[in-house]
Design a protein around this ligand. Sequence first.
Ligand SMILES: NC(=O)c1ccc[n+]([C@@H]2O[C@H](COP(=O)([O-])OP(=O)(O)OC[C@H]3O[C@@H](n4cnc5c(N)ncnc54)[C@H](OP(=O)(O)O)[C@@H]3O)[C@@H](O)[C@H]2O)c1
Length: 394
Amino acid sequence: MGTVPKKMYASLIRRERYGRPIDAFRTEVVDVPPVGRGQVLVKVMAAGVNYNNVWAALGHPLDVIAARRKAGATEDFHIGGSDLSGIVWAVGEGVRDVRPGDEVVVLASRWDETAEDIRLGADPAFSTTQRVWGYEENYGSFAQFAVVDDYMCHPKPARLSWAESACYMATAATAYRQLFGWEPHTVRPGDPVLIWGGAGGLGSIAIQLVRHVGGIPVAVVSSEERGEFCVGLGARGWIDRREFDHWGRMPDTSDEAAMARWLAGARAFGRRFWEVLGERRSPRIVLEHSGADTIPTSVYLCANGGMVVICGGTTGYNGDVDLRFLWMRQKRLQGSHVAGAREAREVTRLIEQGFVDPCLSRTFGFEEIGLAHQLIHDNRHPAGNMAVLVNARA
Ligand SMILES: NC(=O)c1ccc[n+]([C@@H]2O[C@H](COP(=O)([O-])OP(=O)(O)OC[C@H]3O[C@@H](n4cnc5c(N)ncnc54)[C@H](OP(=O)(O)O)[C@@H]3O)[C@@H](O)[C@H]2O)c1
């Protein structure tokens, strides 16, 4: 420990390999990155697998390598991975709270602590300097060593294995901010909450968080097996989205026949929500990330005065909203992105104390990083969160 090798193995994406995730990642040997002031070099024991490196592998919607090079970076490759568990190996100048030998997990949200907006009191997650490490920023966790800023580190939950510890932070902290970060729309006891992709990374954690505070989670899934998984986590029940066909962009509101068909679909979905809930109440909070296909229904179904909180657009970015539902029923459509250090620490504490399970579904070997991302891309991945062993054996 403290002795930093010059070279390391890493799973790299290069621009010429952009495309199917299974082909985009390849193991290569690269220099271990330098550790700057306020930074920490972590020996990666296990890495988490997230949707963002599906986007990185595709080179779309953001060509992460080109974007960084435009901003002055010299590397012509991307080392992804926005979650890790590992051992602090070396620290840079000025690091006080993290020491070599500490076992840590990392929140992938990075910002410049000296930025003017932060100095003037902004939530760092709102800073114009905020970036996602291991996606927008290089040297993520799909390598033997990773470089992070010291405030990104949190104590690894002692009860969890390396793989369990690595799999949860990006989704758990994001879901935590969605559900508790947007006062006064935080989940209260008895609140019905609709959770898209209930068996996914975000969804599986969200169900447990809602349950933990006494809310009533209702999951949306695309198979019975996934639905039962959600019930096992505490969902009141589940809706099979394959039973409905009004998904995607909304018709033009002046096309009355098409609008009537769309409304019939959305109303049927709403009736199904009531059936599962066991009463005629609409969701006070809708946890969104599926985007274009579902946002029209989310806004329609959300309770008067409730909130649709969205952190992604898996199915597309043109989210149609019939504004009448928004203003007449006084709903809130709130964007939410990753989290801050406090939220990461709070959700980690709930996991450490056993109130929330990280939902590790499958652990991959280092050479299977492309496969893990391909499974997410194809929506064929197992329910929960996935991890990759890097230096750890289990
Ligand atoms: N901004 C942030 O900070 C942040 C953080 C984490 C994740 N995200 C984003 O959030 C999204 C989900 O992430 P995740 O980790 O939860 O991914 P995930 O584990 O793949 O879960 C997503 C779920 O979405 C559901 N889904 C797929 N197609 C759908 C459709 N057409 N309509 C409705 N649901 C659909 C799938 O469930 P069923 O097929 O069973 O319905 C899938 O399990 C990704 O786009 C990711 O980039 C953003």
